[in-house]
Each structure stands twice: as C-alpha cells, then as structure tokens.
Ligand binder design. Structure first.
Ligand code: ADP
Ligand code: MG
Length: 277
C-alpha cells in the first residue's frame, strides 16, 4: 500500500458540447490541469462555485469517467487513461457518495439488499455472510437491524445519506469521494453526518475527498483545501494556511462573502459548544 492513496498529475477533461443550430460542436475544457497528492487517513476538501469542475473531478477520481489527459494514481497504481486495464480490485478502492442519495437508490429495493448488492456482484460471500455484513454496516452508520427490510422512501434525508455511506463502505474502500454530501440537509442533520464521517474515518483509516461550497463545513472536516475556479486550481494547501492567508483573489472574495461566525458555526454544532437551533 502506498503512502499516497491518491495522486493526480495535471488532469484535464474536455467535453464536446453542441454549439448553435447547425450541429457544430465545440470542445470545452472543464478541468485545466488539476494536481494534488493525498495521504492515507486525510481529508482533502475541494471548494469552488457551481460549474467550476468539482463533480467532473469526482467522477474521474472514482473511475466513473476518464480524464482527457494527465495521470492518476490510486494507491500508487497508475490508472490508464484509456482504462482498458481497470481491475475490479482498483475499482473497489474508490467509492463515491452523492449529494442526493435518493436518486441513486432503487425505490423498490429494500435497504438490506441495497447494501448486499456490491457483495453479491463482487465477492463470493454466501447469503448468510452478506446479510451479516449488511447488518453490521447498518449499525456502524447509526442505523439498526429494524431498517434492513425497509424501502428508501421510508427514510429521512439524513438516514438516506447514512445508507449511501454504508453502501459505499461495503467493499472496504480506501478512498471515499463525497460530492456535496451534506449540502441538501438541515444544519443539525449536517452536523450528525459530519460526525459520522469523522468517526468512520478514524475507525476505518479512510481517506476522503470532500466536495463542498460551504466554508464552515470545509473548515470543520478538511486537513487540506484545494480551491477551484473555472477548472483551474487557484489555491492548494493545508486548511490552516488557506483559511489564515488565502492567496488568490477568488478565494479572498469567497472568504469575504462568509462571515466568521458562519465559518465556525458547524464546528460549534458538531462539538456542542453552542446549542443547536
Ligand atoms: P461543479 O460540480 O463544480 O458544479 P461540473 O463538474 O458539474 O461542476 O461542471 C463543470 C463544467 O463542465 C460546467 O461548465 C458543466 O456545464 C460542464 N459539464 C459537466 N458535465 C458535462 C457533460 N457531461 N457534457 C458537457 N459539459 C459538461
Ligand atoms: Mg457538482
């Protein structure tokens, strides 16, 4: 196992988009050379406004989409850009959690089956073993055996996000990419999910890429921060350095637009130093 769970060197991604009425197409470069290194057990927050390329990067890091150029290493192993050689073992190491888990949950599938499916598809475990692991995972994410037979619509937003996290962890990945995982939740529920993620990271030695546009969440969860602006990395460093002394004009604007009290509000909620409202 490599010290670096994730290494990105100059990743780019082009999209071909329709232009005008006559079927012409034009190439838009959504990522313009993104580089970083992430060590095991750490959390890298990726910040930036809507459309700057965060989800594009998330899909490349989790092997859903290919990069156009550049180099990606997972656990020290180079991922071929052409990707013919993506092995199941490599795929299992990286999992993604989306902002809206409801969209990725089959409404007719009971939660127990949701959790067992990755095991069914990727392992030789028996039915009884799969059920045992699903039950254990329900407990790990703060749900219980009574939830095993329920359907997605019977859960709250926060509970569904717990299910999405549980499903992502079923194949014991090294890296979770969390794409705005708490952005759709009420503030008090956000704090619970952030708490859960922090506990799981410690217990399972997980590495996180955490995408957010919320500086208070980033300040609470991140070890390192990477700020993107129109597909480019405009800021990259330790959380404390970036928060203390943002270098780039865009980052300075972002910070200026968020009052200090707001930046510290999630920490206060999670640690209980301030009553929740
Ligand atoms: P973010 O997650 O930061 O909001 P995205 O990665 O979703 O940003 O999008 C980055 C840019 O790439 C946007 O300009 C978006 O319109 C464009 N884009 C994203 N996905 C596609 C796609 N499948 N086809 C064409 N353009 C896309
Ligand atoms: Mg996005």
């Amino acid at each position: 196992m490599s010290e670096w769970v994730l290494e990105a060197n100059n990743l780019t991604r082009d999209y071909s988009v329709a232009k005008g009425f006559f079927g012409q197409r034009e190439t838009v470069r959504a990522l313009k050379g993104v580089s970083f290194k992430l060590a095991q057990g750490k959390t890298l927050a990726i910040v930036g406004e809507s459309g700057c390329g965060k989800s594009t990067l998330a899909r490349i890091l989790t092997l859903i989409d290919p990069a156009t150029s550049g180099e990606l290493l997972i656990d020290g192993e180079a991922v071929a850009i052409a990707r013919q050689k993506l092995t199941p073992a490599l795929r299992r190491k990286v999992q993604i959690v989306f902002q809206n888990p409801y969209g990725s949950l089959n409404p007719r599938q009971k939660i127990g089956k949701v959790l067992e499916e990755p095991l069914l598809l990727n392992t030789n475990k028996t039915k009884a073993e799969r059920k045992g692991l699903a039950m254990a995972m329900l407990e790990k994410v703060g749900l219980g055996a009574e939830h095993y037979h329920r359907y997605p619509h019977m859960f709250s937003g926060g509970q569904r996000q717990r299910i999405a996290i549980a499903r992502a962890l079923m194949l014991t990945p090294r890296l979770l990419v969390l794409d705005e995982p708490v952005s759709a939740l009420d503030l008090s529920v956000q704090a619970q999910i952030l708490n859960l993620l922090a506990d799981l990271q410690e217990e399972l030695d997980l590495t996180y890429v955490f995408i957010s546009h919320d500086l208070s969440v980033v300040k609470y969860i991140a070890d390192e921060v990477l700020v993107m602006y129109f597909g480019e990395v405009v800021e990259y460093g330790s959380r404390d350095a970036v928060f203390a002394n943002p270098q780039h004009a865009y980052t300075q604007t972002l910070f200026a637009a968020t009052p200090r009290a707001d930046i510290d509000s999630i920490r206060a909620r999670v640690t209980g130093t301030q009553p929740t409202v």
